[in-house]
Design a protein around this ligand. Structure first.
Ligand code: BES
Ligand code: MN
Length: 875
């Protein structure tokens, strides 16, 4: 839509587009036909800022004439004209708090001023001569260095045609915050539900020429007065001016004069990212439909997705894009509107943008599914910096779920800006105070990467899909599904007014990276977390697909990188290869070769010394396990061999070399300058991770030294996790056991013909393996019958299981995997942990087609509910 003056501001209501011009007009276009329905001649100077009230009844315009006019969007007549007695200069921006009915002005003289419209009739009427249209400014109208004064239209001139009528309102001289910024106040916006649990609480956010962003609280009892809540970016000297702001949930984007966009997490006030743009000075930022749009001085618009990758760049206007906004048109299609100094307003088709999901409060199993679906949709991959924003958004979503069910929540920052930890506390019934126990539920919202480029997933990994009774999606089992089941269990108890204990959730975002930052953050917030009686987690799997289990042990782990570097650069083996050249990769291999001997035996001196012998009690547990497994799947063969194989994975240590990396181009003539290997060791109880890490480092250096090479060796310990061994006789395991028996009921007796195999070929290969005494988790999953555990309780008649049914106790198992935080939490809070596996052996955590059986999700919710209710106070 063409005009004859630059477009400096745009806003869109559900029916109109409003565009402010350099000539002081506000152009009004129909959102339906894009026809111009009105030109409001509203100001003497450029219209610099526009905003709408929440109900869209009022339109606010601020301008270079030091006035804010307020218009009715029904008849486009002026309702109020607001001005200050101070010489404020240009009013760059205007915002309106609908709850406090207060208008905020961001001014060139560095002040923020406000007018509380609730006071409009109780304040004395202003002197008409005081109106800026009737006076000159001591400062802005003084003569410049050349002694020349900018000519101003004389006050007797006719003003703009529509700048008439309405009530004249003069700003109270106490309703001013001088030096709100040490620079011009360029941009402002109103945000809701940021600083408190009240979703309607409003704050004002302003960006200035000083490069700082201020978050202001609004005091409704003091005429909407602002008070500082937080400053962002004030710790850096000489930051470029903040010209534009946009908000996306709890993420604030600020556009700077130097063409940089800063991404702020308002949950933690941390700077999450800085994006370089191609748009030059960022004159406007808009958010909508899952995208961020940045516009700048060179007429370009740059569009970013949620991973902050540029998905489009286009020339929107010939020179500057001065204003932009994202909106939906009358047909609910997403549109992007821009205004430029080529005097046009442009509407862009942005079909790939999406609308926001709806919120609701019900707690049925269908809703558990819906919440989990949304949780899974956040790509919370902690190992890849590209997904940092997604991790924050996922954390923010999870926090909102906790809030939704009534928890008090905090985001705990981690040092080095690792993903934050969510702390959510559900308070138990206050009347039950003396016996009230406090249960800590630990989980992680981060997931392993999942790409579906080769189409190996049967559905999009980040869009939870129900197929044949299973929910497929990354994180379904590890660990988003179990977390959601636990939250809904608490919600059920709250709904029945039966939550007597406090349940404290600690959900971290770095578990898959060795729980980076966890220890420090927990130690720093110990007071806030409070005393803990019991620790519960749910981040492992059953041993097969049919027998519920309880996990009482995990291995520890050390991840290390071993690197050999040469003083020479990458070389050519034909040109430079000779026997007396010390090659990095050869040295690395010779060194690593000494780590293990026959059958993987670790040769680090002292490595096996701390490992505890097998007790008689424990031996019996293995017997229970193998009997049950072999009964369900006779293919598994000799129970004793099966027990040996389980022990190798659960109570014996191991070492794995994962991969090699070399410098230089990838072809077979290169002698790499540098060679690197990643390896890990799984540790078992009584092996201290830091001690073993030192033994490993010392041993590698000793071997390397003996090579007498001119190369150098570096051993880096990437992260360590302590092993964990729980007490399976304590009250938390006993409570879990009773709950499992009740919820899962009797297990059907195995049918001789095993009907369903997940991966039949893999199952076949795995069975062959089993015969050679090396049973993997795949074997156990593949060998399971198709036991859907439908209505399990119905199989019990007169309190006794029907024929062909076993009332089995859960199997007490250990795991070969690791969870770094568990042993630490036990020690830190002096509370014992127990581990309820929710998923089945065939869940494929970390692999393609990760899944969780729907029945397991729903029944885990029921198990948690009973445990949260019945767990006694610790003796
Ligand atoms: N849920 C797993 C732990 C696990 C693995 C339990 C296998 C049962 C069987 C957890 O999310 C995980 O992946 N842990 C990592 C930890 C590591 C990154 C420090 C592991 O075990 O490799
Ligand atoms: Mn995992």
């Amino acid at each position: 839509m063409r005009h004859d003056k630059s477009i400096l501001a745009v806003v869109v209501s559900t029916s109109h587009i409003f565009a402010g011009t350099q000539g002081g007009e506000i152009l009004v276009y129909s959102l339906d036909t894009y026809g111009c329905v009105k030109v409001i001649e509203g100001h003497r100077g450029s219209v610099l800022g526009l905003c709408l009230s929440q109900d869209q009844d009022l339109l606010f315009s601020s301008a270079g004439d030091r006035i804010v006019n307020v218009w009715s969007t029904k008849n486009f007549l002026r309702v109020y004209t607001i001005y200050s007695l101070y010489d404020v200069g240009d009013i760059f921006c205007v915002s309106y708090s609908s709850s406090l009915k207060t208008v905020y002005l961001g001014c060139q003289n560095t002040s923020i001023q406000w007018y509380d419209l609730r006071e409009k009739d109780i304040r004395p009427p202003p002197d008409p001569k005081a109106h800026p249209a009737e006076r000159t400014s001591r400062f802005f109208d003084s003569s410049g260095p050349g002694g020349v004064q900018t000519p101003r239209p004389r006050s007797t001139d006719d003003g703009p045609r529509n700048a008439v009528g309405g009530q004249s309102l003069e700003i109270h001289n106490q309703y001013i915050r001088q030096f709100a910024h040490f620079g011009y106040v360029y941009c402002m916006l109103i945000a809701r539900g940021i600083t408190s649990d009240d979703p309607n609480e409003e704050i004002l956010i302003s960006g200035g020429g000083d490069g700082v962003i201020h978050l202001w609280g609004l005091n409704g009892d003091k005429g909407g007065a602002i008070y500082e809540v937080q400053a962002l970016g004030d710790d850096q000297e000489g930051e470029a001016s903040v010209l534009s702001l946009a908000l996306d949930g709890k993420f604030l984007y600020s556009g700077r004069l130097d063409g940089e966009i800063n991404v702020w997490d308002l949950e933690t006030y941390q700077l999450v990212r800085s994006l370089k743009t191609v748009t030059g000075d960022i004159l406007s930022l808009s958010v909508g439909g899952g995208f961020l749009f940045s516009t700048g001085v060179n007429g370009l618009v740059q569009k970013f997705n949620r991973q902050y990758e540029t998905v489009a760049t286009f020339q929107a206007h010939r020179e500057r894009v001065l204003a932009s906004t994202f909106a939906y048109n009358s047909k609910c299609k997403p549109i992007f509107v821009t205004g430029g100094n080529d005097s046009t307003v442009a509407i862009w088709d942005v079909q790939d943008c999406i609308s926001a999901p709806a919120n609701n409060k019900r707690t049925s199993n269908e809703h558990l599914f819906e919440f989990l679906k949304e949780f899974v949709s956040y790509r919370t991959v902690s190992s890849d910096a590209r997904y940092k924003g997604d991790c924050r958004r996922g954390a923010s979503y999870l926090r909102s779920v906790f809030k939704n069910f009534g928890a008090a929540t905090e985001m705990l920052n981690t040092k080095d800006s690792y993903n934050p930890i969510i702390l959510a506390t559900f308070r138990g019934n206050r009347l039950k105070q003396p016996a009230r126990k406090r249960i800590l539920f630990y989980g992680h919202y981060d997931v392993i990467p999942a790409e579906n480029e080769q189409g190996k997933w049967i559905s999009d990994p980040f869009s939870l899909q129900g197929i044949d009774g299973y929910l497929y999606g990354r994180g379904a089992s590890d660990n988003k599904g179990p977390i959601m089941a636990a939250i809904f269990a608490v919600a059920d108890l709250i709904a029945e007014q039966a939550l007597d204990s406090d349940v404290v959730f600690l959900i971290e975002g770095e578990e898959e990276c060795g729980s980076r930052g966890f220890v420090n953050a927990i130690q720093a917030n110990k007071e806030l977390i409070g005393d803990i009686d019991w620790i519960l987690l749910a981040n492992s799997y059953w041993l097969d697909d049919q027998n519920p289990c309880l996990t009482y042990g995990l291995r520890g782990v050390i991840h290390a990188t071993v690197q050999v570097e040469s003083p020479h650069p990458d070389l050519h083996s034909g040109v430079d290869g000779s026997a007396n050249l010390d090659e990095s990769l050869k040295d690395l291999i010779m060194t690593l070769a000494q780590l293990t001997g026959k059958h993987g035996k670790v040769r680090i001196p002292g490595f096996y010394d701390p490992i505890l012998p097998l007790s008689q009690d424990e031996k019996k547990l293995y017997k229970d396990i193998t009997q049950t497994l072999v009964r369900g799947n006779p293919d598994l063969g000799d129970p004793d061999e099966l027990a040996t194989s389980l022990m190798r994975r659960w109570r014996e240590a191991s070492l794995t070399i994962h991969r090699f990396q070399t410098s230089g181009p990838e072809n077979s003539t290169i002698i790499p300058r540098l060679a690197r290997a990643s390896l890990s060791l799984r540790l078992v109880p009584n092996q201290e991770s830091t001690v073993i890490a030192q033994l490993l480092t010392d041993f590698l250096h000793q071997v390397f030294d003996s090579l007498d090479t001119e190369n150098s060796l570096t051993v880096t310990i990437d992260h360590v996790a302590e092993p964990w061994l729980g007490d399976f006789n304590n009250q938390i395991f006993q409570t879990l056991e009773r709950a499992i028996i009740d919820v899962w009921g009797p297990t059907p007796a195995p049918s001789p013909s095993v009907a369903h195999r997940r991966k039949s070929s893999a199952g076949h290969a795995a069975r062959a393996f089993a015969q050679r005494n090396s049973i993997t988790s795949t074997t156990l999953a593949a060998g399971s019958g198709d036991k859907d555990a439908e209505e399990p309780a119905s199989a019990i008649a007169n309190g006794k299981p029907e024929q062909g049914m076993f009332v089995t106790k859960p199997l007490y198992i250990r795991e070969g995997g690791s969870i770094p935080s568990i042993r630490f939490l036990e020690k830190e809070f002096g509370a014992p942990a127990a581990h309820l596996p929710c998923g089945q052996a065939s869940d494929s955590a970390h692999l393609d087609n990760e899944r969780l059986r729907l029945v397991n999700l729903y029944n885990s919710r029921r198990v948690f509910k009973r445990v949260f209710r019945e767990l006694p106070k610790k003796e």
